[in-house]
Design a binder for this molecule. Structure first.
Ligand code: HEC
Length: 219
């Protein structure tokens, strides 16, 4: 009987302690049993930083932990195409021929997107088919628009096209701030689709693949 009573009293006491202990504001827990679980050690992006420990001002960085919530310079998004680093001069232009298009063949969806981008950004000069007959070219407002279906552009390396889309060339402006790297490379591929194929009429299907690979390797 006595033992039963002790168990009963202990149970009630434990319940009271647990109930009272868990009361209060959720953000300010009472007794913290495991602090690491209550307070994250990770830098929470939107959490208030303790100004006695952290600083976002670079001159004060030596005394406190410097943390400005920005990515470290040079970091890039996962899967992002690396920055284009060739300079905007004649040497960079020549070297651009060796830059390989990092994208594989466009999916149907990507092709449709590239066509949309071309019609918005480029067709006004180059024309929807790339033949230099867009309204700005035919009106004479912009001179020297490149007919991208000509042999010299068929032979032009992907990297050189990208270089000119990135930096602009003479009467054509730079598209680096309007289009992402991926979009610019997609446009290069789209121009390829507008161009006459170099040996397109070859009826020998078996060699078609090898031909394309050989042409790509030369570029
Ligand atoms: C304002 C008119 C205009 C627009 C818009 C324009 N271009 Fe051009 N583009 C030109 C002219 C002019 C040239 C010829 C530059 C030269 O060689 O003097 C050219 C040349 C080019 C070349 C050949 C580059 C080279 O190195 O010779 C490519 C490739 C090209 N454009 C792609 C594009 C793409 C892609 C877009 C859209 C994102 C675009 N252009 C938008 C006017 C334009």
């Amino acid at each position: 009987m006595k033992l039963k009573k002790i168990i009963w009293v202990t149970a009630v006491a434990a319940t009271v302690v647990a109930t009272v202990g868990s009361c209060g504001v959720k953000r300010e827990p009472g007794t913290i049993y495991m602090p690491d679980m209550a307070y994250s050690r990770a830098y929470e992006t939107n959490a208030l930083l303790d100004s006695s420990m952290f600083t976002s001002s670079e001159p004060a960085a030596g005394h406190k932990i410097f943390y400005n919530r920005r990515p470290v310079p040079g970091t890039m998004e996962r899967g992002e195409i690396a920055a284009y680093t060739l300079p905007n001069d004649s040497v960079g232009y020549r070297m651009s021929a060796g830059v390989v298009n990092p994208l594989g063949p466009l999916s149907k969806q990507d092709s449709a997107e590239a066509a949309r981008l071309f019609n918005i950004n480029c067709a006004i000069c180059h024309g929807a088919k790339g033949a230099a007959n867009g309204p700005l070219a035919t009106s004479g407002k912009i001179g020297g628009v490149a007919n991208l279906t000509l042999d010299m552009y068929v032979k032009m390396a992907d990297g050189t096209m990208y270089h000119s889309i990135h930096y602009g060339k003479n009467n054509m402006g730079s598209y680096a701030s309007q289009l992402s790297r991926k979009q610019r490379w997609q446009l290069v591929q789209y121009i390829r689709a507008l161009q006459p194929k170099p040996a397109a009429a070859t009826p020998v299907m078996a060699s078609a693949k090898t031909d394309t690979a050989a042409t790509a390797a030369k570029k």
